[in-house]
Design a protein around this ligand. Structure first.
Ligand SMILES: Cc1cc2nc3c(=O)[nH]c(=O)nc-3n(C[C@H](O)[C@H](O)[C@H](O)COP(=O)(O)OP(=O)(O)OC[C@H]3O[C@@H](n4cnc5c(N)ncnc54)[C@H](O)[C@@H]3O)c2cc1C
Length: 463
């Protein structure tokens, strides 16, 4: 039996929580389904617990804002189903999820996909060695368990998240052995024309400068590099990097990589929504109108899975999508929708003008998604970049042919870790753009599922 709601929201981050709260305030029945045990999403992970614990001070004021978002959601009367991983969404709005034992179904008049972003894969030599992981994963351990790394920890990459994470680790009493900044030097010049627009969000720029200042004062050794490798016997033991044309090597126990985040498009791709290539953010994203509507009537999108805009914009987008859904379901008229949307659109105008500056400043270095032949591209199936290039030589024209030739993208992560790399390698090898090459065709189940979990659906409905 399906539970029926006006709005089924997938994702309890700022976008999903704000959308559900707004929908409930307008009298819609709404439920939020999330695989995590607590609300907050990536940025506000475990915020109800962590703001009371010792990690609170280290995580900062932006993180503390999440408490208000979660409290507003808790007060709203929207239903909440944590610990459920969504494995399929039907174009009709039906959402299928599992708690690891049994599957359940939610029938939504509208389904809102608010599944956030994932870290961009960083396929460098040695990135599959134990002891190498994403900065985001390191931050998840800090937020959810207060874990601070011990030993020689090196942070490598580009973007605000590595700076923020290092500051949080220092504030929590930890130590970072060194930071290797891979931001191409030319990005600063390319970003300069976008600076005047970015100045409209002065507090955010100030925060960035403060982070850089804190990093300088912390005494963490900083290096600029245009190539990085992890090396070791059975686990990471050394980090190697090329700076000013010379290779350097340092002892390393934990290597944390980050080259920005990209929309998590697997759900909308599996549903069959239209997507487009975002040249500035170098990623695919669903095609949306101003109310977060996709080209499939029952499927809506809000937050970073619709394009990277940050947490405050995600919150505003969530509320706008709820207003649009309420109007399309006949609960409010268009005039009310537009009036209530005005302050939210003003909010977006405050937060979005900085994006072209940030996206250009932290644009990943050339060649990141088309690594050398020996580098593993698909971790699940141990497929190298060279093997993907070989499929092109024998006639593969896109990721789906490469997948059927050598199984890249066919493992448990369903291409989350290799999708952009396989597209990048094929684009480079064939002289086409990523938009022309396209992405893997994503099929349900979105995550591995046992037959028992699947069969539980039939038990309830008697089929
Ligand atoms: C690893 C990482 C760390 C980040 N850290 C920061 C930070 O410290 N500061 C900052 O300003 N920004 C940070 N960001 C960016 C920030 O998270 C986003 O701007 C913001 O969280 C977007 O909100 P959202 O609601 O769109 O998505 P999210 O907050 O990501 O929420 C998405 C939710 O969807 C759930 N979900 C996803 N797939 C499924 C599924 N199949 N079934 C059920 N639930 C699912 C997830 O569990 C998650 O709770 C980070 C991003 C990432 C990827």
């Amino acid at each position: 039996m399906s539970e029926t709601f006006d709005l089924v929201v997938i994702g309890a981050g700022p976008a999903g929580l704000a959308a559900a709260a707004q929908a409930a305030e307008l009298g819609l029945s709404a439920v939020v389904v999330d695989e995590q045990p607590e609300p907050g999403g990536q940025i506000y992970r475990a915020v109800e617990r962590a703001t009371k614990g010792p990690a609170a001070a280290a995580l900062g004021a932006d993180y503390a804002h999440g408490r208000q978002v979660v409290e507003a959601f808790r007060r709203s009367g929207a239903a909440y189903r944590p610990g459920l991983q969504v494995w399929q969404v039907e174009p009709s709005g039906e959402v299928l999820a599992s708690d690891g034992q049994r599957s359940v179904a939610f029938a939504g008049r509208r389904a809102l996909v608010a599944v956030g972003a994932t870290e961009r894969p960083v396929p460098i030599p040695g990135w599959t060695l134990p002891g190498v992981m994403g900065v985001g994963a390191g931050q998840i351990l800090l937020k959810s368990s207060g874990m601070v790394p011990a030993g020689e920890t090196w942070v490598v990459g580009s973007g605000p998240l590595p700076l923020l994470y290092m500051q949080q680790i220092i504030a929590a009493g930890g130590r970072i052995a060194g930071y290797i900044d891979t931001t191409p030097a030319a990005n600063g010049f390319l970003a300069a024309p976008h600076l005047s627009a970015a100045l409209r969000n002065l507090p955010y720029l100030r925060k960035g400068l403060k982070l850089r200042g804190a990093l300088r004062r912390s005494g963490i050794p900083g290096h600029r590099a245009d190539a990085v490798e992890a090396a070791g016997d059975g686990r990471v033991e050394r980090v190697r990097f090329r700076s000013g044309g010379t290779w350097h090597e340092k002892p390393c126990d934990l290597l944390l990589l980050h080259e920005g985040v990209v929309p998590n498009v697997h759900v909308t791709m599996a549903i069959g929504c239209a997507h487009e290539w975002d040249e500035r953010q170098e990623c695919f994203r669903p095609r949306l109108d101003e109310w977060g509507c996709t080209d499939i009537a029952a499927i809506l999108v809000a937050g970073d899975c619709g394009g990277i805009e940050g947490a405050r914009a995600a919150e505003a987008r969530g509320r706008l999508v709820a207003l649009g859904a309420a109007a399309s379901l006949g609960r409010i008229d268009d005039a009310t929708r537009d009036r209530m949307a005005r302050p939210l659109r003003r909010e977006l105008r405050r937060h979005l003008p900085i994006r072209p500056f940030l996206d250009t400043l932290f644009r990943p270095r050339r060649g990141l998604t088309a690594p050398a032949d020996a580098v593993i591209a698909c971790r699940c199936e141990s497929v190298t970049a060279g093997q993907v290039r070989e499929t092109v030589r024998i006639g593969a024209v896109g990721p789906n042919q490469a997948k059927s030739f050598i199984r890249c993208g066919m493992g448990p992560c369903q291409g989350r870790m290799c999708g952009l790399t396989v597209t990048g390698i094929i684009a480079e090898a064939t002289g086409r753009t990523p938009a022309e090459v396209g992405f893997f065709r994503i099929r349900p189940p979105l995550k591995p599922l046992t037959l028992g979990e699947l069969a539980a659906l039939g038990e309830d409905s008697g089929t």
